[in-house]
Design a protein around this ligand. Structure first.
Ligand SMILES: [Zn+2]
Length: 211
């Protein structure tokens, strides 16, 4: 059987990233693994609580991360979703970014970061009219009671490429969660390691529609 080059056969996917690095840390291996699925990645913030210069640097880090990856388009919204009401954010996404996407990806509702949770809340609202699938991706701030129901196996080369690209987040690289040890724990779990899957990315499908 030839391996699929599309993530669950989806053509066009919208991924919401609260900060620059959330999508990259959580699920970039999947994006690299499925080159025939196009991912529109939206960075929902100016870069966290930092000054404008630093924010620009963090966006540049995100842009550097995805250099040479043709199935990704980065969208950096021109306001900070932390400060806006859900209605304003939804309206902006529907007017400017959301088109014929088949799947929306958000952080989980078991994420300990308040802003990640806020972004999670947007998912059902964005899917309310069109028949779109909705899925959560694992992040380092997701609590242990979140249980994935879909995992993507990352071949060694894909995982190595992801780790290499993560080095672009120079402003974050000294944080504990960027250490090799944390990265390896994030991408593994006994349940899958014992079956021979060394590196995985974890997802929870809330409602998946396959056409
Ligand atoms: Zn974040």
């Amino acid at each position: 059987m030839t391996p699929s080059t599309r993530f669950l056969n989806f053509t066009k996917v919208l991924g919401l990233s609260p900060h620059p690095d959330d999508i990259e840390y959580g699920m970039s291996g999947t994006i690299l693994k499925y080159p025939d699925t196009h991912f529109d990645l939206v960075c929902m913030t100016k870069g966290g609580h930092c000054d404008e210069t630093t924010s620009r640097n963090r966006h540049q880090e995100m842009i550097n991360f995805w250099e040479g990856v043709p199935n990704v388009t980065i969208h950096i919204i021109d306001f900070d979703a932390i400060d806006e009401g859900e209605d304003v954010i939804i309206n902006y996404l529907e007017k400017n970014i959301l088109t014929n996407h088949e799947l929306i990806l958000t952080p989980s509702n078991h994420d300990n970061h308040f802003f990640h949770k806020k972004i999670n809340n947007l998912g059902p609202a964005l899917c309310r009219i069109k028949p779109m699938s909705l899925m959560e991706y694992f992040t380092p701030s997701t609590s242990l009671d979140w249980v994935p129901n879909l995992v993507v196996n990352l071949e060694n080369e894909i995982y190595a490429s992801k780790k290499q690209r993560l080095q672009e987040f120079k402003s974050q690289i000294n944080k504990t969660y960027f250490s090799d040890f944390c990265l390896d724990s994030f991408h593994s779990s006994l349940e899958f390691t014992k079956k021979g899957l060394h590196w995985v990315e974890k997802f929870k499908s809330n409602a998946t529609i396959l056409f």
